[in-house]
Design a protein around this ligand. Sequence first.
Ligand SMILES: [Zn+2]
Length: 348
Amino acid sequence: MKVLRWYCPNCDEDKELGVELREQAVRVRGEEMRATVEGLVCPDCQKDIFHPELDGRLQQAALELYRGHHRLLRPEDIRGFRGKYGLSQRALARLLGWGLITIQRYEAGALQDEAHDTVLRQLEEPDFVLSLVERCGARLSEREKKMVGEAVAAAAAGKGKKESGDLWRAAQVWASDRAPTGSPERGFRAFDPERFGQLVLWFAARHGGLFKTKLAKLLWLVDFAHFRRHRISVSGLAYARAPNGPMPDGFLFLLGLLEAQGVVEINEETVGAYQGEVIRSKDFPRADEFSPEERDTLERVDGRFGAMTASRLSELSHRERAWLGRVDGDLIPYPEADGVDFMERMWD
Ligand SMILES: [Zn+2]
């Protein structure tokens, strides 16, 4: 018989106690679970002896049985769902509006209540996660949003083209939540993920790869310059003030979706003296996506600003009132384009 040196409180001495497999009853939420695990028995007084580690195993076995009976997620399932979207415990807690300690406890083996279980179970569905990001994305950092966007898009892409379209539609819903469709913040247009993708491709293909910060400026110039002349934006993107100039709202998240769809590739690279994330096209832009007027705007923006560095473009935008009058994160309504003089000179 296997033995373990331990204390028998009945005999009041340390001695070799027998280790035996035995069925023991544990109550879990009022229900009796009978688990068969190792326990200690004293060879002299024949009493069952408590041992913290063996008792821990008994508790876990009983919880395991209870989870099985009630079809509750196991801690490894919860860790798995979270890992699938690249979310930290903190990010998931923020997204669900729960305390960090709650997620930590569940993953460490504490039994979740059934309502929480129902919510956690839905994490398996990319659409559910995306809807959470739509509603509560402001609680995540841009980097976290980008990671979730990529993971959700990859999960959806793996399930076929149809659902990947659903994902873009969801991205549209998310965008309209930030600034209403057709509002001045979108240049009186609905955000169109397809056009956004084509715009990115157009610049990435033409430049053979360009820095993310530079792309952000060129998109802003295209949309605002086009608006100044034609009173409507090209992409329907909203632009927010960011430390180095106007930035498409949710830029990293939207680029993440494009990358996950295999439209572009984004890598940290060094080009000359500069280092940063470089976007390269993995697809060809479609010639028919844009109207003649829009193509004209694209050519003029690229002709005038395409050769400038990202930091030169930042300096340019920093002189503008549209920029100076707001704080980081504020959306910049398109009519502000009227105050940007160099945009009018583009048509000279
Ligand atoms: Zn004893």
